[in-house]
Design a protein around this ligand. Structure first.
Ligand SMILES: [Zn+2]
Length: 98
């Protein structure tokens, strides 16, 4: 049961790890030969904070639009009511677009 909830998170982690893998691959091209230990250390130091951040971002994105939110008529982003700058012709506009 818990596996279903873990699945999308793991996908998100893999996405962020892909970027790290790319960076490491590029760095390996320059330092080919003595990178093995560096690579392991870099992977360990990257993984813990990286995983935590991706979980928090995912939690925010997954939330459905709340009653106290609106969709800006200009940028079409979902914003909280605190970012509602004004309403024109019944359409809400966020502070970024006014
Ligand atoms: Zn906007």
């Amino acid at each position: 049961m818990a596996t279903d909830y873990d699945a999308p998170r793991k996908t998100d982690e893999e996405l962020s790890e892909d970027s790290i893998e790319e960076l490491k691959t590029r760095r390996n091209d320059k330092n080919s030969g003595k990178v093995d230990e560096d690579e392991v250390e870099a992977a360990e130091s990257f993984e813990l904070p990286g995983a935590d951040l991706s979980h928090e971002e995912l939690t925010v994105k997954v939330l459905p639009r709340q009653a106290n939110e609106f969709t800006c008529a200009s940028c079409f982003l979902v914003k909280s009511q605190s970012q509602l700058a004004e309403t024109k012709d019944g359409l809400p506009y966020c502070v970024d677009c006014v």
